[in-house]
Design a protein around this ligand. Structure first.
Ligand SMILES: *[C@@H]1O[C@H](CO)[C@@H](O)[C@H](O)[C@H]1NC(C)=O
Ligand SMILES: *[C@@H]1O[C@H](CO)[C@@H](O)[C@H](O)[C@H]1NC(C)=O
Ligand SMILES: *[C@@H]1O[C@H](CO)[C@@H](O)[C@H](O)[C@H]1NC(C)=O
Ligand SMILES: *[C@@H]1O[C@H](CO)[C@@H](O)[C@H](O)[C@H]1NC(C)=O
Ligand SMILES: *[C@@H]1O[C@H](CO)[C@@H](O)[C@H](O)[C@H]1NC(C)=O
Length: 434
């Protein structure tokens, strides 16, 4: 997934830079009489392309599973829920690539969540095993001769560049018989045989279902939201802003302090570097900027918006002063439910609501956004947009504002939407011309 999302966006960004070149200065009719350009709600635009699950994945059993296993692999996953899920998907692909047998993954808990929520606390294990049949062998129990051992840890998470699992990991697997891996951030998935890719796709998008308890809670939440609604993933949280190394002016003192407190080692960029960084689209959108873009996309201001986000959102008035029908988990679930809920549980609820909402908008390009966009494509829900941070930054840095800015933002997002660009779906999805 990573390998492709690194390559595709570069191409898209180049295209985008070119298109900006042609857009600027904006065409005179838009500048001088914007009522000439009628903006209808973005979703009403006719699309020319979309992404659908690839045939080589949906028509499985490309190769029969090897009769003999090269050993047992446990995938160890760390970080937030969607990051763990991404690593699990990659790990399943690797296990198949190496002709190995999977044991259930370990979902390790980052300090961030302060809880212990393993794989089987979040996902339906029986469903997972059943859905993986024919794609990769999965076992609940290890054979007796190795059951007493801990797996030998092979940490690939820091490996970079031309990393090849057959070369680097297979020898350890053959030697020890049972290893645990954390997949590398970048890998040459383009070189995988299709059956290994298919196993990855199946694991990620067809085999993960929330546990019964979690799904019940998620359905309850979904039912409480007035329909139709837009699920909006805002990321203007202190840790995110600190991590992004971006500077924002005009924030409240409370927000500024919260961001300062969340800084660990990364100092914000300043001066020219800050400008370049922002223009590369590296800065999370503020609620205020998000509201501006939503209006540019002609999303009616009385639209019901579900905030798929943590509780730490800053400067929310920037959104809620314009979009007045904003609902959150904490406003819809009972206080008791909410306070006893863990981070992973809340993330699972946001995920569930977002793959079932009428429309979804991402303000960043994070693990949750990628996962949700892909699941929505899998389910045939096409009203998904990644708000274009880069366009917003470039245009505002060129001094565009008000109506002018609105018009150009509209065109940029309209073109992305028409061509199915921007969400950069992973390998499992193929472009389809409508
Ligand atoms: C824009 O054009 C329309 C139709 O040509 C006209 O009715 C309207 O007055 C114009 N608006 C402005 C602000 O010039
Ligand atoms: C896995 O098995 C297939 C045949 O089923 C073989 O072509 C491939 O080389 C094997 N890969 C490894 C890493 O053992
Ligand atoms: C983590 O959880 C424990 C027990 O639930 C609680 O006592 C502690 O305050 C929590 N720590 C943080 C940083 O939230
Ligand atoms: C965003 O903030 C600016 C400055 O505070 C304000 O003028 C503008 O109206 C806000 N826009 C939205 C969409 O809230
Ligand atoms: C939003 O406003 C439009 C036009 O005023 C109206 O037709 C529509 O029913 C409203 N929608 C909601 C959800 O209130």
């Amino acid at each position: 997934m990573i390998a492709s999302t690194v390559r595709k966006p570069l191409f898209v960004l180049t295209l985008f830079a070119l298109s900006l070149f042609f857009f600027l200065p904006p065409d005179p009719s838009a500048t001088f009489n914007s009522s000439l350009l009628v903006r209808s709600e973005i979703w009403s635009i006719r699309r020319l392309a979309e992404w659908r699950p690839c045939n080589w994945w949906l028509q499985p059993h490309l190769n029969v599973l090897p009769a003999q296993t090269n050993g047992y692999i446990r995938v160890d996953c760390y970080g937030g829920l969607n990051q763990m899920r991404r690593d699990l998907c990659d790990g399943v692909g690797i296990a198949r690539l190496l002709n190995a047998t999977l044991v259930l993954p370990k979902f390790e808990v980052a300090a961030y969540w302060n809880e212990s929520s393993g794989f089987e606390d979040v996902f339906d294990v029986d469903f997972f095993i059943q859905q993986m049949k024919g794609f990769v062998n999965v076992v609940m129990e290890l054979p007796i001769e190795i059951a007493s051992k801990d797996p030998v840890r092979v940490d690939c998470s820091k490996r970079k560049g031309q990393f090849d699992y057959v070369e680097s990991v297979l020898p350890s697997l053959l030697k020890h018989g049972y290893i645990s891996i954390t997949p590398a951030m970048s890998q040459r998935r383009d070189r995988y045989p299709l059956y290994a890719k298919a196993a990855l796709c199946q694991a990620c998008y067809s085999a993960l279902r929330l546990t019964n308890t979690l799904e019940k809670k998620a359905i309850e939440l979904l039912q409480a939201i007035p329909k139709p609604f837009l699920s909006l993933h805002l990321r203007f949280e202190p840790d995110m802003v600190a991590y992004s190394q971006c500077e924002y002016s005009g924030l409240s003192l409370a927000s500024a302090n919260a961001i300062e407190a969340a800084r660990v080692d990364r100092k914000p960029w300043t001066g020219e570097t800050a400008r370049i960084w922002r223009n590369r689209g590296m800065c999370p959108l503020t609620p205020n900027e998000t509201a501006f873009i939503l209006e540019a996309l002609a999303i009616p201001t009385n639209t019901t918006i579900y905030l798929a986000a943590g509780d730490g959102l800053m400067e929310l008035e920037g959104l809620t002063s314009v979009y007045t029908n904003v609902v959150t988990k904490s406003s819809l679930l009972s206080g008791e439910d909410f306070t006893t809920m863990h981070g992973n549980t809340k993330a699972a609820l946001d995920y569930y609501v977002s793959i079932n909402s009428d429309s979804y908008m991402a303000t960043y390009f994070g693990n949750m956004d990628k996962m949700v966009a892909a699941m929505r494509a899998f389910k045939g829900l096409y009203k998904t947009i990644f708000l274009n941070r880069k366009a917003f930054a470039l245009l505002t840095s060129q001094g565009l504002k008000g109506k002018e800015l609105t018009e150009v933002l509209w065109k940029v997002h309209r073109d992305d939407f028409i061509m199915g660009r921007g969400s950069a779906l992973p390998d499992c999805f193929c472009e389809f011309n409508l």
